[in-house]
Write a protein that binds this ligand. Sequence first.
Ligand code: FAD
Ligand code: UDP
Length: 389
Amino acid sequence: MRVALEPRAEWTRDANIVIVGAGFFGLTIAERIAAETNKKVTILESRDHIGGNAHSYIDEASQVEVHSYGSHLFHTNNLKVWDYVNKFTKFNDYKHRVYAIAKGEIYSLPLNLQTLSQIYPGVTSVEAATHLIGGFVKENKENFQDMAISLVGEVAYELFIKNYTQKQWQTDPKKLPPDIISRLPVRTNLDGRYFSDKYQGLPLNGYQKWHERMIDDEKITVQLNTDFFENNHEIKENQFVVYTGPIDRYFNYKHGVLGWRTLDFETEVLDLDDFQGNSVVNYCDLEPAYTRIHEFKHLHPEREYVPGKTVIMREFSRFAGEKDEPYYPINTESDRDKLLKYREDATRVKNVFFGGRLGSYQYLDMHMAIASALSLFENELKPLMRGSK
Ligand code: FAD
Ligand code: UDP
């Protein structure tokens, strides 16, 4: 693998396939092509690092691995993806747990028997919790608010969801799609894990090493600080492109701009061993303005750190303007209308494949981005690459 810190037009010219974006989607495609074909790949990445939003770095003062874009927890039920990722890294056995602060009290999140008993004293058995939750279910769950109330009930909605969602999305919860909240399980037992997936953990040697290992092949080149649109990279007819940037940008926003949320992160090194006692704590009231605080050292209890130091990151959410990084697709009805048009256009562009979170305008977890890239490779790219010169 060769890496340049600026555009290299000759690398683009030489490549059989040009990948736009070095996130998990782009890295997986690059890895598969290098491993299974004799084709040359170049990756264009507008940022100064590979790994996309799953990038991390080691903070010198504390030796803590900081996830540059908020805590990234790997979890999947997909054995094919789990086997695939284990080719590049080993994982620790960290299981993610989140606590929520609301009205001055700390609760376990997602809702479980412990949380329910704090809200409804006397609900102390699985049976009682099951009965309670059964009573919340509503027929109408077409939007986020109805779905949330149907899952957790009015009281927990007011306590944990309404204000947090206001800070996170600044969109009327009735205009948000229901699937955003169905990501969160509601449990009737005392399981406090955030994710129920069979396979979970964090890369033992960090995300950066994992990303580097994926593309450690001489047929792969990477051009950092290189925006696909700003660098006049001419793509020849016999080249293929995998585009993982925002789909609306590819078509010059001709059907309108898709709505995104962006995040602002404030990172601070503290002279403390432990700030909050857990990796992530959510703030569910309107004040403070941040939605959560990450404290990364808790993600790797197996590591040695500099005593008396910790790194925290406050996360703020807002609408993405033109110059902001797009993180979460908002996906209102009007967004979905535009998306259909862009997807239709995408089917007509020859030799260009759209994928990843930005290219599909879908909230994809890492394992989903990897699974989707593996299937694009198997079903479309591999047969094409093997047939092309
Ligand atoms: P990205 O990681 O976004 O990579 C796309 C890359 O394309 C970026 O590096 C971008 O700079 C580059 N690019 C875009 N346009 C251009 C252009 N024109 N030219 C050149 N380069 C371009 N997933 C989990 O599984 N667990 C988690 O805990 C988790 N937490 C998350 C927290 C946050 C705040 C966010 C935003 C996401 C989180 N995710 C999590 C999702 C995870 O980050 C994504 O699944 C993963 O990043 C998807 O990979 P991707 O390659 O599709 O996109
Ligand atoms: N959510 C909430 N309160 C919380 C945590 C989550 O209201 O304390 C809602 C919020 O709308 C969020 C959604 O549940 O967008 C999904 O939560 P998740 O933790 O999956 O969000 P993400 O990891 O995408 O930030």
